[in-house]
Design a protein around this ligand. Structure first.
Ligand SMILES: O=C(O)[C@H]1O[C@H](OP(=O)(O)OP(=O)(O)OC[C@H]2O[C@@H](n3ccc(=O)[nH]c3=O)[C@H](O)[C@@H]2O)[C@H](O)[C@@H](O)[C@@H]1O
Length: 434
């Protein structure tokens, strides 16, 4: 016989068996005397009273929890905050659900949209892949611009349905993801959870929404993997990923294609090339190098085979934001409704890079100059951890279709980053940033 807990909470959904006869006999037994019925009535009244007081607590609590983004999803105040954040304040404006809004790119894109009068609602799970206090600080910045960020996960189907019930989003800017190339060896499942399962949950919601939103989402330059034809063009092969991270982003491109094909969702995938800048991600090289140089700690600089330096097409955040906003503006409409396709919808993929790769040692030199301090470098051969030796974007397609034209070179962008870093962390570098 299975243990009692197993009967009550089956490990897989869809296996709950309700034994109606047994249950009705039990109910009959309970109601055999009038005194028992009276006690039951009292119990029900007490239950209703406590439900009503909990509901009013939730409503008043969410007023105060606004800044800390409570996990409580519901209540009149919460709904009002979402509706107000989604309000469009310009003619022909759009209303956008930004997933990963407390992330690096998400914060910048949300601000840009809000500043021009679009409606923005953020969604973020504030996970601890890197210091959540930085995410909270970004969130406070968004809050000061009247952008509300819901504390929740893209895997939470009920929450997504609730958000779409409240707001007829015209667009979804999907930036929530498990990022980082090398961390995939430590925690592979987090990549599948966010970048595959979470993506599907979000697409399922978008496909059944009426109207369906157009979707712009973050793919990655890492999908080019072992491709050695440079610069990388969108039509180059992407079937040789070098990391699980890259594989999940490639999977995302395939998955979004099916939702475009079957349900008529308008999809734009953006292959970002090593994005950097103020409010950036502490797990990335430029950020952790800055911290270590300031703290007098060594940095590890990877080098490719035959002592060849690694290089990246580092792209400044403001350029990426322009590419994201232009993608939203040119996305075209999804054609389906209620899960039914009515015609072909756009399916696009663009490289968003800088078109001028810089080596990692050159990145370190620029940081040294800005920080006025020498790095203690440990140069080691690149371990087989998912890294690729070189990235270089061909951006002519984005230039043609989006008017995308990056304008910030690495020295200028890093100067802005260092200025922000010092203003944010101060000169007391004892605080951990990752
Ligand atoms: O372009 C992209 O698609 C990807 O860009 C970055 O990935 P990555 O280019 O590896 O960025 P960093 O982790 O900042 O590394 C930059 C370079 O510094 C090198 N590096 C990194 C860390 C380190 O300790 N030492 C070191 O030499 C890496 O090998 C790489 O060549 C992001 O972390 C990914 O999320 C993103 O998708």
């Amino acid at each position: 016989m299975p243990p009692l807990e197993e009967e009550l909470f089956p490990s897989t959904p869809g296996k709950i068996k309700i034994h109606h006869h047994t249950m009705s006999r039990a109910i009959q037994r309970c109601f055999t005397s009038t005194s028992t019925m009276f006690l039951w009535a009292l119990f029900l009244i007490a239950l209703m009273a406590s439900y009503m007081s909990i509901q009013s607590f939730v409503d008043s609590g969410s007023r105060y929890l606004h800044h800390t983004n409570s996990r409580v999803h519901g209540g009149l105040v919460w709904e009002k905050q979402i509706r107000s954040s989604a309000q469009i304040r310009r003619s022909n404006g759009i209303s956008v659900l930004v997933t990963g809004a407390a992330g690096f790119v998400g914060t910048h894109v949300s601000l840009a949209l809000k500043k021009r009068g679009d409606g923005v609602v953020g969604l973020d799970n504030f996970n601890d892949y890197y210091d959540p206090s930085l995410k909270k600080a970004r969130c406070a910045l968004l809050d000061s611009h009247n952008i509300f960020v819901v504390d929740g996960d893209i895997n939470d189907q009920r929450l997504l349905a609730k958000l779409f019930d409240l707001v007829a989003f015209t667009h979804v800017m999907h930036l929530a993801a498990q990022a980082g190339v090398r961390y995939a060896m430590e925690n592979p499942h987090s990549y599948v959870h966010s970048n595959v399962a979470g993506l599907v949950t979000l697409l399922e919601q978008c496909k059944s929404a009426d109207p369906q939103p157009a979707i712009v989402w973050a793919s990655s330059s890492s999908v080019y993997g072992l491709n050695d034809k440079t610069p990388f063009s969108e039509s180059d092969r992407t079937d040789q990923p070098a990391s699980l991270y890259a594989a999940t982003k490639k999977a995302g491109e395939a998955i979004t294609h099916t939702y475009n094909h079957i349900y008529g969702l308008s999809i734009t995938g953006l292959r970002f090339f090593t994005v950097y800048g103020p409010w950036g991600r502490p797990d990335m090289a430029y950020f952790s190098f800055t911290r270590n140089i300031l703290q007098g700690k060594p940095i590890t600089v990877y080098r490719g085979k035959n002592r060849v330096d690694l290089a990246r097409d580092f792209t400044y955040i403001d350029d990426i934001v322009k590419g994201c906003v232009a993608s939203l503006d040119t996305s075209g409409k999804s054609t389906g409704s209620g899960g039914k396709k009515k015609g072909a919808a756009p399916y696009r993929i663009f490289n968003l890079g800088n078109t001028s790769p810089v080596t990692v040692p050159a990145l370190v030199s620029i940081l040294e100059k800005n920080l006025k301090k020498k790095a203690k470098k440990n140069v080691v051969e690149m371990p087989g951890n998912g890294d690729v030796p070189f990235t270089h974007a061909n951006i002519s397609l984005a230039q043609r279709e989006l008017g995308y034209k990056p304008t910030t070179d690495l020295p200028t962008g890093l100067r802005k980053f260092v200025k922000w870093y010092l203003s944010y962390y101060g000169y007391d570098h004892s605080l951990p940033v990752n």
